[in-house]
Design a protein around this ligand. Structure first.
Ligand code: NAI
Length: 702
């Protein structure tokens, strides 16, 4: 028997479950609630213990086990993570869909991990919670699969902030099993003995429920609706009747780490606990199971990006070479290490990296750190930066080059290996960091402004190359208090410029729900706006055949310079297309639509009248058209000695052949679809002498 690797990614469910207040109360009693917790047990003002959620989707444990073909003799519920998107109502119908998201190999005789993820919606239409279950199989290791990501978890080195002792009754499993997990191990002594235990054991998820109650009681008393996440690892079995101690350390304003120990033996039964709490934001954005790389994250803005991403579930590579503000000196590991410690203190996952972004090896190593620690890269924030300000006249080549190397070449060095991983997995979010100095100019920063504007160019093309792989590339120009801006900004402003005012937008651009691609934003002090390269609608000068004179430019200067009716182009071809069609574009009059040609056949009929004999004087060419679709057909067009013959059907020796769908062809001729765009988007295919096809626009004025 071997793990069924094909099961990864396949949809499981939907599974629906109706529940009412009695199910909610039965669960509460099963996890030790009573008169002291009457809110959980009395239908008047009833509240739901959030861990009830897992009891409602218990079936998914079996679905993951059955579909992965895991060896049932060696299976354990290893970890449980519940992320809450909405408070749990006291009744309704739940619909859950899930999938096995990963299978990891811990090695021969070490076991394997099967990770199952599900989302549950309520009949009120809202997404209620996400569950991530890790099944540990002792007997399936060594199948040659991907190595399990390393997880490092540390508790603060101080006494817990809260400690709650509870003693589940000797009969507790008999009550808990009525909420769904009726496995004989928790009720049948003979079965328990066969499994190697002297008597039936507690359900791990029952102890989890006790822990949840204790966490709510300590951190959000009377407000279970404020539980946002409950994660843990099950480490030891517990017998009914043994007292437990839930130890809790509050590590951030809304995060605590916790563990549950057997108060009799001192053994830890639940480990690596994370509890997040507070008001649940509408449509909360999470980064669970995503890996983020942030360069220059040892301080300033990068540190806040790293902390915020980790708080929302991302695994983070904190890169920083720990250099001075101007990039001189040898650097120090301390800033990156400190940020990693901060992340771990609230139960987050992070590793430090000290490589220099300015070298290609540095870039490779940064991404290698992510792959080694966490197996992938989903998010990259190119943030590392230095300053070497000088007026242009005093700017030495070294100060020019070093700044370009860190900002622009640095982003190239790290993005390249990251892009490779993202392309393979079909997902990626990259954020570049530009500056108002680049976008608009700032005295004494020619080096910095050039590097920062170069990043816009890098984004503009990367956004196109990543588009079909769901890799979105955007850019932020922050304004924030940091050591870079300390002596540039007035002190009173400096106080108001916390990096926390920038990070929400940057994190949004990193999220999988973000569809923006190629956008630039200013962000700082709570103010956000979009920046763009705007192209004026422009004007034509002359006839397009003869170059205009300089004086003509002067005469038309206002129209050339005007940004009225400006356009934002997504790519080069749109601008080139407009330029190429500037003379042939239909006049923008009210009657223009009446003049449009409606079908391919009508176009070929109109062609002889649109023929420009003068332009065809020395031209000898045969165009073959294959127009597909209902209004399509084959036509050829023979041009020789200033004459034009249009025939239906195929020519034996066309100079070039153009293939297109009928409606695209109609749009192209009517000027709705620029020909260059039609060609680059694949709507127009040209075979034979491509260069000759460029004559068409000159030869016909349709
Ligand atoms: P910061 O100096 O606090 O952070 C930059 C970090 O990058 C430092 O920790 C530094 O050690 C690290 N770093 C420098 N060179 C590196 C290299 N070669 N390899 C790896 N790490 C390196 O400054 P701040 O303000 O947080 O800047 C972050 C980014 O935001 C920079 O790209 C900066 O140009 C940009 N920015 C900041 C503005 C602000 O108002 N703070 C304004 C506009 C842009």
């Amino acid at each position: 028997m071997a793990l069924n690797l094909d099961a990864v990614g396949k949809k499981l469910g939907p599974v629906t479950k109706d529940y009412n207040w009695k199910d909610v109360v039965l669960y509460a009693l099963g996890v030790g609630a009573g008169f002291s917790d009457l809110d959980y047990c009395y239908e008047k003002n009833l509240k739901v213990i959030p861990s009830f959620s897992i009891a409602t989707i218990f079936e998914f444990l079996s679905l993951y086990a059955a579909n992965s073909n895991i060896n049932l003799a060696g299976i354990l519920h290893g970890e449980q993570d519940l992320i809450f998107h909405q408070p749990i109502p006291i009744e309704g119908t739940l619909t859950t869909e899930g999938k096995i998201s990963h299978m990891y190999d811990k090695g021969e005789n070490k076991g394997a991990l099967v990770i199952g993820e599900s989302e549950t919606r309520h009949s009120n239409g809202k997404k209620l919670f996400t569950s991530i279950i890790t099944l540990f199989s002792r007997l399936d290791g060594g199948f040659g699969g991907e190595a399990a990501p390393k997880e490092k978890f540390e508790y603060p080195a101080r006494e817990p902030d809260f400690e709650i002792t509870e003693t589940p009754s000797l009969d507790q499993p008999l009550l808990y099993r009525l909420s769904g997990d009726v496995f004989a191990l928790h009720v049948d002594t003979e079965f328990a003995k066969m499994a190697g235990f002297e008597k039936p054991i507690m359900h791990g998820l029952c102890t989890y429920g006790y822990s949840c109650r204790a966490l709510v009681h300590s951190l959000v008393p009377g407000e279970p609706e404020k539980v946002r996440r409950l994660k843990c690892r099950f480490s030891r079995t517990l017998f009914p009747g043994d007292p437990i101690k839930i130890q809790i350390w509050k590590t951030q304003a809304n995060i605590a780490v916790w563990k549950t120990i057997n108060a009799k033996t001192g053994e830890t039964v639940i480990n690596n606990g994370i509890f997040e709490f507070g008001d649940i934001p509408k449509n909360e954005i999470r980064f669970n199971d995503q890996v983020a790389v942030i360069t220059g994250a040892g301080g300033g803005l990068g540190r806040i990006y790293a902390l915020e991403l980790a708080k929302r579930g991302a695994k983070v590579v904190v890169n920083d070479l720990g250099g001075s503000r101007d990039g001189s000196g040898t650097g120090s590991a301390t800033p990156a290490e400190k940020v990693v410690e901060e992340i771990k203190s609230f139960g987050g996952e992070a590793v430090a990296n000290y490589d220099n972004v300015a070298s290609p090896e540095g870039g490779e190593n940064i991404i290698k750190s992510a792959l080694e620690a966490f197996g992938t890269v989903d998010i990259l924030i190119n943030n590392a930066g230095i300053l070497r300000d000088k007026s242009f006249i005093k700017m030495e080549p070294e100060n020019w080059q070093t700044v370009i190397d860190v900002h622009l070449t640095g982003a190239f060095n790290v993005s390249k290996p990251a892009f490779k991983v993202m392309r393979e997995k079909g997902f990626g979010r990259i954020v570049m960091t530009t500056s108002a100095a680049g976008l608009y100019g700032n005295f004494g920063q020619t080096n910095y402004s050039s590097a920062k504007m170069g990043l816009i160019g890098l984004m503009n093309t990367l956004k196109l190359e990543g588009k079909k792989y769901n890799i979105k590339v955007n850019t932020v120009a922050p304004i924030a208090a940091s050591r870079l801006t300390k002596d540039i900004m007035p002190p009173e402003l400096f106080e108001k410029m916390k990096p926390e005012f920038v990070s929400p937008l940057v994190l949004f651009l990193c999220s999988s729900g973000c569809e923006a691609n190629g956008n630039i934003y200013n962000a700082g002090m709570g103010f956000f706006n979009r920046v763009s390269v705007v192209t004026g609608s422009g004007t034509t000068i002359g006839d397009g055949d003869n170059p205009p004179a300089i004086e003509d430019v002067v005469d038309n200067y206002d129209a050339i310079s005007s940004l009225n009716n400006g356009k934002v182009y997504f790519e080069l071809n749109e601008q080139v297309g407009d330029a190429m069609n500037a003379f042939s574009a239909p006049a923008q009059t009210d009657t223009a639509s009446d003049q449009k040609i409606a079908s391919a056949a009508a176009i070929f009929e109109a062609m002889p009248n649109a023929f420009n004999a003068e332009a065809a004087k020395d031209v000898d060419v045969i165009f073959q058209y294959h127009i597909s679709g209902d209004g399509g057909g084959d036509w050829n067009c023979v041009i020789k000695d200033g004459t034009c013959n249009i025939n239906s059907g195929n020519h034996e020796k066309p100079t070039c052949t153009l293939k297109m769908a009928d409606m695209d062809f109609v749009d192209m001729i009517n000027g709705v679809l620029p020909s260059m765009q039609a060609y680059t988007s694949g709507k127009l295919k040209i075979e034979g002498d491509i260069m000759k096809s460029q004559l068409i626009e000159k030869l016909f004025k349709l």
